[in-house]
Design a protein around this ligand. Sequence first.
Ligand SMILES: Nc1ncnc2c1ncn2[C@@H]1O[C@H](COP(=O)(O)OP(=O)(O)OP(=O)(O)O)[C@@H](O)[C@H]1O
Ligand SMILES: [Mg+2]
Length: 219
Amino acid sequence: MIRLENFTKEYTRDKPILDYVNLVVSRGEWCMITGPSGTGKTTLLFVLGFLDPGNLGSYCLDDRLISQDGRFAIKDKELALLRMKKVGFLFQDSRLLPYLNVLDNVSFPHWLYYGNRAEAKKKAMFYLEAFGLEALKTRKVQGLSAGEKHRVALARALINEPEIILADEPTGNLDGLNSQRLMKHLQEIHDRGTTIIMVTHDKSLLSFGDKEFSLNKKV
Ligand SMILES: Nc1ncnc2c1ncn2[C@@H]1O[C@H](COP(=O)(O)OP(=O)(O)OP(=O)(O)O)[C@@H](O)[C@H]1O
Ligand SMILES: [Mg+2]
């Protein structure tokens, strides 16, 4: 279970972006994050993905303290390992590594975590096949379509079988068909018990979620 208590993050002194946020997401839940541009949705995902300890308040995952009052409660190396294992990131612009091919992009987090390159490639092939991407495995990611890039990014996010998927407007630059496809994949992942936290501006997607957490503009 994810629990943020009185969580505050400010980039500029006394101008909090996240202002005493209280958020609980149970294991296996799908939580949609909404709110106008600039209200801290991406910042919130960075916090939940152990990339930012914030300034005040606490973040607990499965009753383990991750950060408190601006400091991580876990040492860097363990935190990096925990991130690689627990969390899969999905960004609006997919953020694949342009100089690697599709197979290497997907297998990389597994190789990094478990240290066995052959095993990582085998696992990556499993996900490439699952998403109909096997024919693209040797392609550099630069020339892929937006929809293909998103499916590659989803395969990469899943390869270490994370408990949590953090998705930042994952359909933001997809056409209707590719958006539907991606949502179908996310739905299947959710049905298998993965927690999903997804930022979206698209009201028609809210019904995929179990609940909505809305961030408001500061006055
Ligand atoms: N590294 C940073 N340094 C200073 N300010 C930042 C930094 N990152 C984000 N901000 C500011 O914090 C605010 C929240 O940013 P964030 O990216 O979390 O918003 P968002 O809700 O995701 O917006 P959008 O819907 O446009 O993606 C913005 O005003 C942004 O300019
Ligand atoms: Mg954002």
